[in-house]
Design a binder for this molecule. Structure first.
Ligand code: ZN
Length: 222
């Protein structure tokens, strides 16, 4: 059994109607989950509640398993998406200066760490050097969002964004900088690295050209 029903083929419009962000009734099944999956998640949440010493019959907790299941469906909806569907043909031939970069900065994201299933969030900054093709501006934040809405570590998230752009754009170079605040570190009082973390991924010319990297850092104010 897969945890999420198969929505790989959803169009943008259908995804917009997937129910994210709206209010649900107590017993409602989230559109991105099968009934079996939601029931299984709800049972697991009840097990957690009982085993931390809670009374699952008390008023405040009656609807909690359903709410948690629907929240996970939304926070982890990236499992129902893929890069091809998101880009959806929004690639354009553009005459742009040879070796010039395109930068999309301050892309806010929210993710969940795969080690603790606790949130981490921050900003992603993306640069690429097009090789004939550019991608529609709105698509880059959506790609960031898709990978963020899967269980993640920040290092992997950074690499996945870089690889997706590199593979789909056939770019001359791609660089991604991700900043993250990790609640699994801050909430648990760990006063070491990992609370605020910056990760980078470089592909193509960004690997070899320090001046290009410096220009990118300058453009994103780093
Ligand atoms: Zn963690």
């Amino acid at each position: 059994m897969t945890a999420f029903s198969d929505h790989w083929s959803l169009t943008d419009d259908e995804l917009a109607q997937s129910g994210n962000g709206r209010n649900f009734n107590d017993n409602e099944i989230h559109p991105l989950l099968s009934r079996d999956s939601q029931m299984a998640i709800e049972d697991a949440v009840r097990q957690i509640l009982v085993n931390v010493g809670e009374d699952i019959e008390r008023d405040g907790l009656i609807g909690t398993p359903g709410r948690v299941a629907r929240a996970y469906a939304e926070l982890l909806e990236g499992y129902t998406q893929n890069v091809e569907t998101l880009i959806n043909g929004a690639m354009f031939d553009v005459e742009y200066g040879d070796g010039e970069m395109i930068v999309v900065s301050d892309i806010e994201y929210n993710s969940m760490c795969e080690h603790h299933m606790l949130p981490f969030s921050g900003k992603a900054h993306v640069a690429y050097i097009p090789n004939q093709k550019v991608v529609g501006l709105s698509k880059i934040p959506r790609i960031v969002d898709m990978f963020a809405r899967r269980l993640q570590v920040q290092e992997q998230l950074t690499n996945q964004i870089a690889d997706a752009l590199n593979d789909h754009l056939d770019a001359a170079g791609v660089m991604v900088v991700v900043e993250g605040h990790h609640t699994c570190a801050s909430l648990r009082g760990v006063k070491k690295h990992g609370v605020n973390m910056t990760t980078t991924s470089k592909r193509g010319t960004f690997k070899t050209d320090a001046a290009l990297r410096d220009e990118f850092y300058h453009l994103i104010g780093k």
